[in-house]
Design a protein around this ligand. Structure first.
Ligand code: DP6
Length: 331
């Protein structure tokens, strides 16, 4: 009888991340490597995370993936696992993956970012290999562009890169979450999965929005300024740049044909409320991703006030508060 290889089960945890300077569009066609059209800048969150356990076994005929207690039929996941195995080399068996988010999935709360970061780290570990963080970032990006950033904690810069093999399109940490502690208050206006995934929305925007080239040009310039604002911990400058990046990303999507609209009425009400707070001297700004939720980024001493203000808005179903957190780790 052939000898069975024995692999341990490995569990990884990765925090979701929120882009302050957005990634919206890809420079590779047909987008197999998720190479971004522009760099991006994000913050990794402490209390919204994915936990993923990977258990390889010679006895499995296919990969078996469970997401939040439900067996997944998404072909992207076994394809992604094949790509990891291919990169690791050798003959590696299929695996069982059990992954759970502690927040709503696919509702514009960056579940693909934490999901692919945790999956990449746990899979590499379970096959008994070890990769450094830049290599893990590259691997996570193959699953989802934003996942490259969840490998690191605190403030993270994702490079656009120029090489077509993607080896320079990776993230790196800028400053640690303890160096500049900010809070994020998330107003959940719908827990339904969004109608257009980020991927579909950005590809459609690239293909049909006359504003897309302007988005790319302005976002690249903003990224350089935002990096400097983070390095000198300039909240006001970061606030202006982040709000502009979010609004211009949505403007490019709205101008697609047909237009992609991620917002609900309550999304807009939250944005107005955050602007009022900021005008009244509260250190807070907003950002919105490919979904109807609003993320308010604030100094920790303002969290209570911001959270209360957003809870009072009709249509806000829940409010979650979190600080910034570390990068991916194995348990
Ligand atoms: C609006 O990383 O989900 O959240 O690379 O196609 O998987 P794919 O897209 P994804 O897009 C994230 C878009 C965004 C902005 C951001 O996180 O930078």
């Amino acid at each position: 009888m052939p000898e069975e290889n024995v692999y341990p089960s490995i569990t990884a945890v990765a925090g979701a991340n929120i882009a302050l300077i957005k990634y919206w569009g890809k420079r590779d066609a047909p987008h197999e490597l998720n190479l971004p059209s522009t760099g991006s800048l994000s913050i990794t969150l402490k209390d919204l995370f994915t936990t993923t356990e990977v258990s390889p076994s010679d006895g499995l005929e296919t990969d078996e993936v469970w997401l939040n207690g439900v067996r997944s039929t998404d072909p992207r996941l076994p394809e992604y696992l094949d790509r990891i195995r291919h990169r690791l080399g050798g003959s590696l068996p299929h695996c069982k993956v059990v992954s759970t988010n502690n927040f709503p999935t696919s509702a514009g709360l960056a579940s693909s970012a934490s999901g692919f970061a945790a999956l990449a780290a746990a899979t590499v570990g379970a096959y008994g290999k070890s990769l450094d963080h830049p290599a893990l970032s590259e691997l996570a990006r193959l699953g989802s562009g934003s996942a490259a950033r969840s490998i690191f904690g605190g403030f993270v810069l994702m490079a656009r890169g120029h090489l077509m093999d993607g080896s320079d399109a990776i993230a790196r940490p800028l400053i640690d979450e303890r160096q500049w502690p900010l809070d994020v208050v998330i107003a959940i206006t719908s827990e339904q999965a969004k109608t257009h995934s980020s991927r579909v929305g950005m590809v459609h925007t690239m293909a049909t929005s006359p504003y897309y080239p302007a988005w790319v040009e302005h976002n690249e310039q903003r990224l350089v300024m935002a990096q400097a604002a983070v390095e000198r911990q300039d909240f006001e400058a970061l606030a202006d740049l982040s709000e502009a990046s979010a609004l211009q990303m949505h403007a490019s999507a709205l101008a697609a044909e047909p237009g992609v609209i991620y917002w609900h009425g309550a999304t807009l009400d939250c944005i107005h409320r955050i602007r009022e707070l900021r005008q009244s001297g509260v250190a807070v700004f907003f950002t919105v991703d490919a979904g109807p939720q609003v993320k308010a980024v604030c100094l920790p001493e303002e969290t209570e006030k911001v959270s209360q203000a957003l809870q009072d808005i009709s249509g806000v179903q829940d409010v979650r508060c979190t600080g910034l957190g570390p990068g991916v780790r194995l348990l």
